[in-house]
Write a protein of this length. Sequence first.
Length: 319
Amino acid sequence: MRPTGHDSTAQLTVCELGELGVRVNGEWVPVRGSRTAAVLSLLALHRTGGARTDRLLDTIWPRPSRPASARQSLANIVARFRSRFGHDFINSTGSGYVLGESVASDRRNFLDTLLRAEESLEHDPEDAAALVDSALDLWRGTPWVNVDEIIDFQTDRTTLEYARRRALRVCALARIRAGSPTDAIGPLEALLDEEPLNEANWATLARAFHQSGRRTEALRTVTRARRNLGEVGLTPAQDLLDLESAILGTDDPVTRQRDSTGTDDLQVARHQLLGRCATHWMDGSEAAALWALEEGGEVLGDRLAPRVERWIRNLSPTD
């Protein structure tokens, strides 16, 4: 960043979702110097009330190594920002500094747009998909990446990363509800790379495959979820087991109603058997799947056992 002339009508946006910088009417202007970037990042992060001078000094020039010139260095940084982007880019508050009211933030834009997408999800999924796409487009990398040597932003980064994962999930749900489940698969797989134990996302991915007409991939997804959970001693929740039954074609409302008046143990045994059959089948062992069915098929009853057998015999993992 170097002093240049300033257009008072320019649209200014502080960009925090990646390398720190400023966009002037959409044109990228990098912020050079770690302390210069640190000042801007703190003002952007605390834009509502601003940042006190003492806090800026304590964070950027901590004691006991703070030089006598630190306060003047801070004033010089603010002066350079004002020279480059206009006097109203940073305002004085008496006790410190605050970003001007007209200065936007890509972080704030991202969070606001995500909130609007979540609100639109139920009644207008296509609008929600468009909104969340525009929010995710703002991400350029690790937030405040060029300020690491001065400030530890780990807590704030964790909050933003959680919001980004929320956005990916909204993106997937919006596409499924808008009738485009295939477009939900990519965001969900990206989420599961980061959160392999998130059962809700496994179920949503399986549902996206199933609604796309890809039952083999749907069952493989449920099996992967079982394995990931099992590696840490967890068992799948009932929702995932019910989804597996629906994909297998054994989700029989009449039988389910009859079972609800019986014991929960029967339902659990049924899901466990289906899981074993699916796991063997996904491993490419049709014989093992049929053997598991023969050994425990009585828990499925006369109506469901033949349907599972037909499913095992008529499909193969290469379909």
